[in-house]
Design a binder for this molecule. Structure first.
Ligand code: NAP
Ligand code: MG
Length: 489
């Protein structure tokens, strides 16, 4: 017998979206000097939500100048204890306004409300709480006796976790005494602009946080601006490389969080039902728009067939549709452009001879959607085994021995994350030592915690965000301060 869930729609009445938004510079919303606006769209309905300002060079200059003034006059001279008070206040406001943020994130991004409500927003608040706790204890972080802020940080973030990526960037920067100019992704600016309101509500001194919106060109202006001391970028490997080239030979510090193609490795002694849940979380969470997604499933040959059957059964129960419905598991793809990219890679899988299975979902008429897709008979040479798809598409490979699993898992230009499923603790430790990945999960996947550092190897970037390590990215290292002290910088 099959039965249907009754719709359980989250109300959008809690959110009021303005028809248009200015840039948040020096504590106020101002019109862009360009006068140019672009639209942000709800990817589940294709409805225009609001008009967003495009920042040009003179807006970027104003934002950087405002951040510089705030750094010199207020934020860097304030005690860590006082900075902490502001950060705690922001964290509490994010909790108080959690429902508003969750609904707005779901409207602008397309992700299921269950995820924005239970993961994105609580984790964003947790980041502010965690780094608020560090603001007056920096001398105990193991980074020298009197660690100093870098100055003005330029921060550029992608569209997959808009508010959460903002929190990963802003919380540690502010805790360490830096001021920031942040640019959200073009398709998902709304929660960053609501966060600007939270900064006002928290009475954060003007200029400590500046949020400027726009496309890649605006991002590039931030990267190239002389008044910036550090760039923190999360996004694609191609743009990351171009930023690294632009910064070569300058004094600006850089951290890059880029793409991934993680292996999720299941051994024959793993609890298969739990592993299936981990596979689903690994690649279908957030429609697969996750840099550390477990997009390559490596199954030990003896359990491959049984696991694929169990996985397909489980995928038939996933519900795709209205992201505001609390029963929804799979939301909308954030943009038509991203959907096209996913379709192109799915087609390459077909063309190169992999075997495709697609979950039987009804696709809504409006909006951008992609049903959960699993490719079997995949070889390491296929594009779907090598390139980041950034969508709900899983490529399944098999292995016989642990050595072969390691070799296959590491056979990628990326190195962001990996998953290991086995009952044997010794095997987990051995595997973790062999895998070239920044984050390794054992018998779980896609778990995040502000106390734990996150970051990659190879083309997944460098630098760590989260944890004590995340402080290091926003403080002068001992050698930098020596250089400063000797006036050699
Ligand atoms: P993207 O195209 O690289 O964009 C990222 C951000 O950079 C956006 O704000 C974008 O603005 C801006 N940008 C574009 N061109 C730029 C340029 N030349 N100079 C400076 N900024 C520029 O990446 P995306 O497609 O939005 O995001 C998906 C990628 O992010 C995936 O590859 C994913 O793996 C990666 N990601 C990595 C992590 C991690 O922690 N490692 C986390 C999440 C996502 P516009 O939006 O206006 O183009
Ligand atoms: Mg949008």
């Amino acid at each position: 017998m099959t039965f249907e869930y009754a719709p359980a729609l989250e109300s959008r009445a809690i959110v009021s979206i303005a028809p248009s938004y200015g840039l948040f510079i020096n504590g106020e919303f101002v019109d862009p000097t360009s006068g140019t606006m672009f639209k942000t769209i709800n990817p589940a309905t294709e409805e225009v939500l609001a008009e967003i300002s495009e920042a040009n060079q003179s807006d970027v200059n104003a934002a950087v100048n405002s951040a510089r003034r705030a750094f010199e006059r207020t934020w860097s001279v304030m005690s860590g204890r006082d900075r902490a008070k502001y950060l705690f206040r922001i964290a509490r406001l994010l909790q108080e306004r959690a429902r508003e943020f969750a609904v707005l994130e779901t409207l602008d991004n397309g992700k299921p409300i269950r995820e924005s409500r239970d993961i994105d927003v609580p984790l964003a608040a947790a980041h502010f709480f965690y780094y608020a706790g560090w603001a007056d204890k920096l001398e105990h972080a193991g980074l020298g006796p009197n660690p100093q802020a870098l100055g003005v940080a330029g921060q550029i973030i992608p569209w997959n976790f808009p508010l959460l990526m903002l929190a990963w960037k802003i919380a540690p920067a502010l805790a360490c005494g830096n001021t920031v100019v942040l640019k959200p992704a073009e398709t998902t600016s709304l929660t960053a602009l609501l966060f600007a309101e939270v900064c006002q509500q928290a009475d954060l001194p003007p200029g400590v946080v500046n949020i400027i919106t726009g496309a890649g060109d605006t991002g590039q202006m931030i990267v190239e601006h002389d008044g910036i001391n550090k760039i923190a970028f999360t996004g694609s490997t191609d743009v990351g490389k171009s930023i690294q080239r632009a910064l070569a030979g300058t004094n600006k510090k850089l951290t890059l969080e880029l793409g991934g193609k993680a292996a999720n490795i299941i051994f024959d002694d793993a609890p298969i039902d739990q592993a299936v849940e981990g596979i689903v979380d690994g690649i279908f969470f957030n429609q697969g728009h996750v840099c550390c997604a477990g997009s390559r499933l490596l199954l030990q040959e003896s359990i491959a067939e049984e696991t694929i059957e169990a996985l397909k059964r489980r995928l038939q129960t996933l519900r795709l549709g209205d992201p505001l419905d609390k029963n929804t598991d799979i939301g909308a793809i954030n943009s038509r452009e991203q959907l096209n990219k996913i379709h192109q890679l799915i087609k390459s899988g077909d063309d190169e001879g992999a075997e495709r299975w697609t979950a039987p979902c009804e696709i809504p008429e409006k909006g951008w959607w992609c049903a959960p897709t699993v490719f079997t008979n995949v070889t390491a040479a296929h594009r779907i085994a090598r390139e980041e798809i950034f969508g709900p598409v899983l490529s399944v490979l098999t292995f016989r021995t642990a050595d072969e699993a390691v070799e296959k898992a590491n056979n990628t230009p990326f190195g962001l994350s990996a998953g290991i499923w086995t009952e044997k603790g010794s095997r987990i430790l051995w595997m973790a030592n062999q895998l070239r990945a920044g984050v390794i999960w054992a018998n779980t996947f896609n778990r995040f915690d502000p106390t734990s550092p996150f970051g990659g190897y190879k083309e997944s970037g460098f630098g760590r965000e989260g944890g004590i390590q995340g402080l290091g990215a926003y403080l002068q290292s001992a050698t930098d301060s020596d250089v400063h002290a000797k006036g050699m910088s």
